[in-house]
Write a protein that binds this ligand. Structure first.
Ligand SMILES: *Cc1c(COP(=O)(O)O)cnc(C)c1O
Length: 395
């Protein structure tokens, strides 16, 4: 581990050496510990292994040496004492929330969350007697007004779908800390390269590592970053719910993490350039991106984000058909959900819902027919811009 007496490493160094000291062999590339269980040399060691919480090499649902290495790198990036790996981002979120609340508690969540997170708060928690308040995340006073004597948890996500609305992380932490309320931030859209919620006072940072942390659209994983004390509270729920990551996917995650800073640097630059260019095109009605001066919370974005991340949302001038044609005619943006990987992906939001909602229902849910979500990848910006120009009929 890096000595406390030296200045902290930069992220570029953390991703390569954050797991130093955890190697159990001479390999430079980490081994994949593809074993569900681990042997003890004698009875005393077995008793020690069985009795140690979060032992890295006892039984893989409890811990695994490959998990430990990937978790150490993410914890180093987020600046938390430790991290737990899970089988998906939702595994991380559900495990964390269910570990920390019980019947009679009150929790606060945002109006805009990843859909399955919203379901956890809207549908699952109330079934178990937890009171839930949903508040407008852009308004700090609304969050403060929602707090009650029995509030245990505030769930945050920034930036959030569909319009990249931000939550003031330091502001919420300042409300929560004196009241003893635990804060969780879903940092998936920003990634730890662009935002470090724990440094702003947030207790727990969760990720869908399926997105930027893995970065290659090839694995599903989640991470819970927190203090040792909170990990001790969350880990028993993790072993109970069993959202355990496969060692192979932990290794893929570790491999992806090694290049996260350079990938994000490129993706941030591509996304900012493309967002700025799109905003100038008459065929585009509106662009949402935190680092554009036109974003309603641009000052907050500058305070808490070092880069804007991969996701741009925009509305085309035109209806459902025109938007659908535009999305289909892009050569370099693949129609697929997810974000933060090396390839550019695009989603026509209304098309995603057209199978399950009528146009009237979509209008009521605030899903305009001309809305598009773009997850910018690492292609050359000139090629991306040219492809978008062609799809907009500019050339
Ligand atoms: C994708 C995503 C999740 C869920 O992650 P999975 O790995 O698909 O379970 C949660 N939060 C955000 C912001 C996401 O983008």
């Amino acid at each position: 581990m890096h000595s406390d007496s030296l200045p902290p490493w930069h992220d570029a160094t953390r991703v390569l050496h954050g797991d130093a000291g955890l190697s159990q062999d001479a390999d430079v590339s980490p081994a994949i510990h593809y074993s569900a269980t681990f042997k003890a040399r004698d009875a005393a060691e077995f008793a020690e292994m069985a009795g140690t919480p979060r032992h890295p090499a006892y039984y893989t649902r409890y811990g695994n040496p490959t998990h430990a290495r990937a978790a150490a790198v993410v914890a180093a990036l987020e600046g938390t004492q430790t991290a737990l790996l899970t089988a998906s981002g939702m595994g991380a979120i559900s495990t964390t929330v269910l570990a920390l609340v019980q019947a009679g508690d009150h929790v606060v969540a945002q109006t805009r969350h990843y859909m399955s997170t919203a379901k956890l708060f809207d549908e699952v928690l109330p079934r178990f007697g937890v009171q839930v308040s949903i508040v407008e995340q852009a308004e700090l006073p609304a969050i403060e007004a929602a707090l009650r004597p029995n509030t245990r948890l505030i769930m945050l996500e920034t930036p959030a779908n569909p319009t990249l609305v931000l939550t003031d992380l330091a502001g919420v932490a300042a409300l929560a800390r004196p009241r003893g309320i635990i804060t969780i931030a879903d940092n998936t859209f920003a990634s730890p390269i662009n935002c470090k919620p724990h440094g702003l006072g947030i207790d727990i940072v969760v990720h869908s590592a399926t997105k930027s942390l893995g970065g290659h659209h090839d694995l599903t994983a989640g991470v819970i970053c927190c203090s040792e004390a909170l990990a001790t509270r969350i880990w028993p729920m993790h072993t109970t719910l069993g959202a355990v990551l496969s060692p192979m996917d932990a290794w893929l995650l570790l491999r992806g993490l090694r290049t996260l800073p350079v990938r994000m640097e490129r993706i941030n630059a591509n996304a900012l350039a493309l967002a700025g260019w799109l905003e100038q095109q008459p065929q585009i009605e509106q662009v949402h991106y935190p680092l554009l001066a036109s974003h309603p919370q641009h000052a907050l974005a500058r305070r808490q984000m070092a880069g804007g991340g991969p996701v741009i949302a925009f509305a085309l001038n035109g209806g459902y058909e025109a938007t659908s044609r535009f999305v289909a005619s892009l050569e370099l943006a693949t129609q697929a959900v997810s974000l933060g990987g090396v390839e550019t992906l695009i989603v026509h939001t209304a098309a995603m819902w057209s199978g399950t909602m009528s146009e009237a229902q979509m209008a009521a849910a605030g899903i305009p027919p001309n809305f598009v979500r773009l997850a910018v990848g690492m292609e050359h910006i000139d090629d991306l811009r040219r492809d978008f120009a062609r799809a907009l009929g500019l050339m």
